[in-house]
Design a protein around this ligand. Structure first.
Ligand code: NAD
Length: 529
């Protein structure tokens, strides 16, 4: 053990030196030196010995689905073996959730909240392990993944603190009667998640659902399922068996969960195409269900003529989420709509900043930008780059893989900037979900708003101006569910995050709203004689 630690120190020292050299040499920093992380085996991070399996009824359970290899997108290396859930395993998970729900709902809300707070403490005690697992499984840098897990735990604590705010009303609807509403759980909630922030989603889906008295079956993304299974194992001896279940699997497992007659609410985070498919599946199942859809975005950042170019460039690079998740965030402000007079200054500042972003292996110290989720997705993103060029956009930066041979085994794409993007271009309309920024220009304020609204999406928007009237006019006119004024990227816990238009139905992250959405309202009318 001591030897292992000493070896790690030696490697860290070597690595910090190489990273510093890479940074000092300037240019497009790539960070690929060997790191101490290589000494931490993935096996030592996993809560199982040989193969991960569905977590059903409070334990890992032999399933009927196939066993597959799970890979690290940054290296192609095999991380783990996972047995997927077949439709009958989804049935078993829903049956366990259904059986556990009445007793769980019979606990006081305070008690349920205390259990979730205790789960948050377990996550915090394990956060380095979870963050590393998420970093390996997603290809995103270690620090943001660890911070995401920490944020998920803090969210659980905050929503546990808000539990007693879940209240009904007393309505003076008749002269002497009492008319009251109660908040009651839906029953079993089926949650399906995207790959970009696995642990954060595990917390955001399960916290409000369980505190409100539901039980839950989570189907994590097949592209990064490991930490959700680790998360489930942390509930052992804390949540009664069946209260939280996890079924790793592909679309078929998701569809089986959505269609199950005992799943009364579906909470989904993913693409518009899958959201539409889920609506179809629900209709075809012949059941009416409550549905939450947290979908994609093609979000604008509008920079008016009176904004500071350097500040606007900072915001654009931050809002694009090049760093942290390689642009793979639904909230990324991937369309810069900048006043013609500021275009050159802002573009130049953006290119300077983009050039300094350090791409590297996710766990290497100093890495700011890692790998995309898979080679398939990298090729999809590069397809958007080709479409951008074919449409007549001007490629100013990136557009391909970084040159560093040490990154050749992964799904890396350099931060990419296109200028001259026009309304009809693919890059002005379609979500890339990768590190591709499109720059568009305007002269009249009204044109900026028109451009901002000229997509099917309506998730986030950011507005930069020193003129308060202009800011408020824009915030009013932009069709999006989450608007920043002179701010970007940050999600504030307590503030509802959700989409307009094709970006979804419902919201998350707002504590009381989250709890309320996990309940249905029962009205009780009491006649007083
Ligand atoms: P995706 O839609 O491909 O997959 C999401 C999940 O749905 C996965 O778990 C997948 O297995 C499952 N799924 C696929 N087909 C299904 C079906 N027919 N029935 C049930 N489940 C099915 O999305 P992705 O590639 O994992 O994530 C990227 C997308 O998610 C982007 O569009 C992004 O904007 C969006 N997203 C939105 C938010 C938000 O909060 N609004 C957050 C993160 C990601």
């Amino acid at each position: 053990m001591e030897l292992k630690v000493r070896r790690q120190h030696h490697r860290i020292g070597f690595w910090i030196l190489s990273a510093r050299l890479a940074v000092e040499q300037g240019g497009h920093g790539t960070v690929s030196a060997p790191t101490a992380a290589a000494e931490i085996t993935t096996d030592s991070l996993l809560p199982w010995d040989d193969t991960g399996r569905p977590w059903i009824g409070g334990r890992f359970t032999e399933a009927a689905g196939p066993t597959v290899d799970d890979h690290a997108p940054a290296t192609g290396e095999r991380l783990a073996r996972v047995q997927l859930a077949a439709a009958e395993d989804v049935d078993a998970a829903v049956a366990a959730a259904r059986a556990a729900q009445p007793a769980w709902a019979a606990l006081s809300i305070r008690e349920r909240a205390e259990r979730m707070e205790a789960l948050a403490d377990r996550i915090l005690a394990t956060v380095d392990r979870i963050g590393r697992l998420d970093s390996r499984d997603t290809g995103s840098p270690l620090t943001p993944m660890t911070n995401g897990a920490r944020k998920g735990a803090l969210y659980l604590k905050q929503i546990a603190g808000a539990a007693l705010e879940l209240q009904g009303r007393t309505i003076p609807a008749s002269a002497r009667g009492w008319h009251v509403t109660r908040r009651e759980p839906w029953g079993v909630i089926g949650a399906i998640t995207a790959y970009n922030h696995p642990t954060l989603y595990s917390c955001q889906k399960s916290g409000p659902a369980l505190i409100a008295g539901n039980t839950i079956v989570i189907k994590p993304s097949e592209q990064a399922p490991l930490s959700t299974l680790l998360f489930a194992s942390l509930t052992e001896d804390l949540l009664p068996p069946g209260v939280l279940n996890v079924v790793p699997g592909h679309a078929e497992a998701g569809a089986a969960l959505v269609a199950h007659r005992d799943v009364t609410r579906v909470s989904f985070t993913g693409s518009v195409a899958t959201g539409l498919q889920i609506q179809r599946t629900i209709a075809d199942s012949g059941r009416i269900k409550s549905l939450q859809l947290e979908l994609g975005g093609k979000n604008p950042i509008v920079v008016f003529a009176d904004a500071d170019p350097a500040e606007a460039a900072d915001a654009t690079v931050r809002g694009m989420n090049f760093m942290r998740v390689q642009g793979q965030s639904c909230g990324s402000t991937s369309r810069l709509i900048v006043h013609r007079e500021l275009r050159d200054a802002v573009t130049e500042e953006i290119l300077t900043r983009v050039d300094k972003i350090r791409i590297g292996l996710p766990e290497a110290e100093g890495t700011q930008m890692g790998s995309l989720i898979s080679p398939v997705h990298r090729d999809r993103v590069l397809g958007f780059v080709e479409a951008g060029k074919a449409d007549g956009g001007e490629l100013l930066a990136g557009g391909g893989a970084p040159a560093d041979p040490a990154l050749a085994g992964g799904a890396f794409v350099s931060p990419t900037v296109f200028a001259g993007v026009q309304l009809g271009h693919t890059l002005a309309q379609e979500e890339v979900f990768g590190p591709v920024l499109s720059i568009m220009t305007f002269t009249e304020d009204a044109d900026a708003i028109e451009l901002a609204n000229a997509t099917e999406y309506g998730l986030t928007a950011s507005v930069w101006t020193r003129d308060i009237d202009r800011a408020l006019r824009a915030a009013d006119a932009i069709e999006a569910g989450y608007v920043w004024v002179n701010d970007v990227e940050t999600r504030y816990t307590g503030v509802p995050f959700g989409g307009f238009k094709q970006s979804g139905i419902g919201s998350e992250q707002s504590l009381l709203d989250d709890l309320e959405q996990c309940t249905r309202t029962k009205a009780v009318n009491i006649a007083v004689r």
